[in-house]
Design a binder for this molecule. Structure first.
Ligand SMILES: CC(C)(COP(=O)(O)OP(=O)(O)OC[C@H]1O[C@@H](n2cnc3c(N)ncnc32)[C@H](O)[C@@H]1OP(=O)(O)O)[C@@H](O)C(=O)NCCC(=O)NCCS
Length: 163
């Protein structure tokens, strides 16, 4: 984890914006420690470049401290994925804001449902997601699972939000 990101000041303001290619390295570095801890899937730079239009980021004094992505699976459903907030900036409302930005984006695009696969059931419950049986989600949802080190011992729950 990057220890050079200082603790936030109480009055610190955050900028939320669509990601650009300049953010790729910082997104990868933000996610990497969580991936090493088996909390998230790792994201390679090539994958981030290909999907950069999915990503929203949060910056503090130009430093990237949060990210998430909304990935369209079909006209009916999108995945909220890669949600991460740097530990020194957690519990400031950044994760909640990033989730809300994705929900708003899904609404703007006309996508009726957003799902996520997560270990953070309580966090997503607070944002209108409900747990659903994994089998009810389209097969395409599992297209990323082969990348997961926990492929044969998955402990994530599937959660759905009607937009
Ligand atoms: C899950 C995660 C994204 C949450 O991000 P966050 O920025 O800490 O989330 P928020 O600050 O919006 O909300 C977290 C808590 O702060 C509270 N909170 C919300 N807004 C707040 C604010 N303005 N000030 C202080 N606290 C606030 C929330 O009520 C919530 O309380 P809880 O601990 O009882 O759940 C973050 O913990 C994380 O990156 N975890 C590791 C990666 C991960 O698990 N990602 C999810 C994979 S799907």
């Amino acid at each position: 984890m990057d220890q050079n990101i200082d603790k936030p000041m109480p009055s610190e303001s955050y900028l939320y914006t669509a990601a650009t290619l300049y953010d790729v390295a910082a997104i990868k570095n933000l996610i990497a420690p969580f991936a090493s801890a088996d909390i998230m899937l790792p994201r390679t730079e090539s994958e981030l470049f290909e999907n950069i239009r999915d990503y929203q980021v949060c910056k503090s004094s130009s430093r990237l401290v949060g990210c998430t992505a909304l990935h369209i699976m079909s006209p009916k459903i999108a995945e909220l994925r890669a949600l991460a907030v740097h530990p020194s900036h957690q519990s400031q409302g950044i994760g909640s804001t990033l989730v809300q930005i994705c929900i708003n984006e899904a609404r703007r695009l006309g996508i009726p449902s957003v799902f996520t696969l997560t270990l953070e059931e309580d966090f997503f419950s607070q944002h209108g997601f409900v747990r659903v049986p994994r089998e009810t989600l389209t097969q395409k949802v599992w297209s990323e699972c082969y990348k997961c080190p926990k492929y044969d011992r998955c402990d994530e729950v599937a959660m759905l939000h009607h937009v």
